[in-house]
Ligand binder design. Structure first.
Ligand code: MN
Length: 458
């Protein structure tokens, strides 16, 4: 079946121009001025922006963590994603220490296959290093897993510096790429002890106090020196603050390839969320790294504008308010993470494009084009062009609505952006040529497919 989207503005990382789009089956076949094509249905998207389907390269669905399980599984998570214009998610497969990568991959396929409403892929977490895992890297890349993740914090997942160096060296030889969670583990643990001894064990604001910006920057700096030794490009995931950005810039000046990701919560919110309101209000914002200052948020917008931050993902890791109660007596037991997979596009358009902090093209790069290139999906994803998958977000800049948890699909049951008025709205979403969301309604059954990804091309 052929479909023409008529009268919209096609957005790419380089341009925004009026053009019609012809979809044939699952792919885009023409972009430009199109006359009536026999047998094609015509959908009027006059004056709407057409973005390549958004890619969320940082989600945690169906994850057992913090002595509980995330509220969203792959069904509710990808349903939520699709409604917000995200047509591809990349989730983190995570073996326990001692397990094989192959085992974790099979586990994640079991969680996701047949349940996803949008297309999906996996990053693989490396939380152990030995000859078996090194050999498995080749197998992972054959399976389309070209990106990995390591942690500089959390005892269950962190690796010593030497193993990070060995793993990065092995990845460099294969053209793989790795994202890093950068926070200093030891000093944060010592500060947690101090805060508890000082009577702050039940105070949510002890969470940001225990994990200051400079301990994130320290870990970024150390990791980037290890990456320098291994001569391997790396990604700093969820970059939150100015000190960390300065370390990233310093490494780039030395000639290193460093990519940076940030998330909507670090761009739109500030650390007052931990001090205002009662326990339940504050706990819903607990995530690591924590939300920083207004000045840090503005610095992140500036960095996005200048292409010093390449991607905006969500780190969607949803817990219900009942789950967040687990930390009422001990702030370290608050499950860490925020829901966000559904709201990213409208938030970034509203706070970025409409507020003139980021252009339409910059939004397209951060949400679609750059993640597609970085994670080996370009040009199948990340661009509206002949030959690409017809993943298209129709964004109506003249619409507006108020974000309310009751209208969202995440099983978190709350949104960090309750009451936020959007500029514009996602009005339709096409997934590989099929109209999958119309006016907020998801049409049809789970239709997402697993994506085998190529090597990084950013
Ligand atoms: Mn994460």
């Amino acid at each position: 079946m052929k479909t023409i989207l008529r009268g919209g503005y096609v957005v790419s990382g380089r341009s925004c121009r009026r053009a019609d789009v012809l979809i044939d089956g699952e792919q885009i076949t023409q972009v430009g001025h199109l006359d009536e094509t026999a047998g094609a249905r015509v959908i009027d998207v006059k004056d709407c922006y057409l973005f390549p389907g958004f890619i969320d390269a940082h989600t945690h669905f169906a994850l057992d963590v913090c002595n509980t399980t995330t509220a969203d599984d792959f069904a509710s998570g990808t349903y939520s994603a699709l409604r917000g214009g995200t047509t591809t998610v990349i989730d983190f497969a995570c073996p326990d220490k001692g397990e094989t990568l192959r085992h974790a991959l099979a586990l994640w396929h079991g969680k996701a296959d047949g349940k996803c409403y949008c297309d999906y892929g996996f990053h693989m977490t490396i939380d152990d290093w030995n000859e078996q895992i090194e050999r498995e890297l080749d197998e992972m890349i054959d399976e389309g897993i070209t990106s990995f993740k390591m942690y500089l914090t959390y005892p269950a997942m962190m690796l010593p510096d030497g193993d990070i160096y060995r793993a990065l060296t092995a990845l460099r030889k294969r053209g793989g790429i790795c994202g890093f969670h950068c926070e200093n583990a030891g000093v944060i643990d010592a500060r947690i002890e101090e805060l508890k001894a000082g009577g702050h064990g039940a105070d949510v604001y002890a969470h940001p106090l225990s994990r200051p910006d400079y301990l994130e920057a320290e870990a970024v700096a150390r990791l980037l020196r290890i990456a320098q030794a291994a001569d391997c490009p790396v990604i700093i995931v969820h970059t939150t603050n100015r000190a960390a950005l300065r370390e990233i810039e310093a490494a780039r000046k030395r000639g290193q390839t460093v990519y940076s990701e940030t998330c909507p919560q670090y761009l739109l919110l500030d650390d007052s969320v931990y001090y205002a309101g009662d326990y339940s209000m504050a706990a819903r914002y607990v995530c690591a790294p924590p939300i920083r200052s207004k000045a840090d948020a503005e610095a992140l917008w500036r960095a996005l504008r200048h292409d010093r931050v390449q991607t905006i993902s969500t780190d969607h890791c949803a817990f219900t308010l009942a789950q967040k109660e687990m930390g009422r007596e001990d702030f370290t037991k608050i499950p860490g993470g925020l829901p966000g997979v559904e709201t990213r596009g409208e938030l970034i358009y509203t706070a970025g494009v409409a507020q003139k902090r980021l252009g339409l093209r910059g939004m397209c790069r951060a949400l679609s084009e750059n993640p597609a290139k970085l994670y080996g999906l370009y040009p199948r994803k990340g661009i509206i062009a002949p030959g690409s998958d017809a993943d298209i977000v129709v964004y109506d800049p003249h619409a507006s609505h108020i974000l309310r948890a009751q209208d969202l699909s995440s099983k978190a049951g709350y949104t960090p952006y309750e009451g936020f008025r959007t500029e514009g709205a996602v009005s339709q979403v096409f997934l590989r040529g099929t109209l999958a969301v119309n006016g907020g309604t998801v049409i049809g059954a789970p239709n997402g497919i697993y994506l085998k990804r190529n090597l990084c091309s950013l």
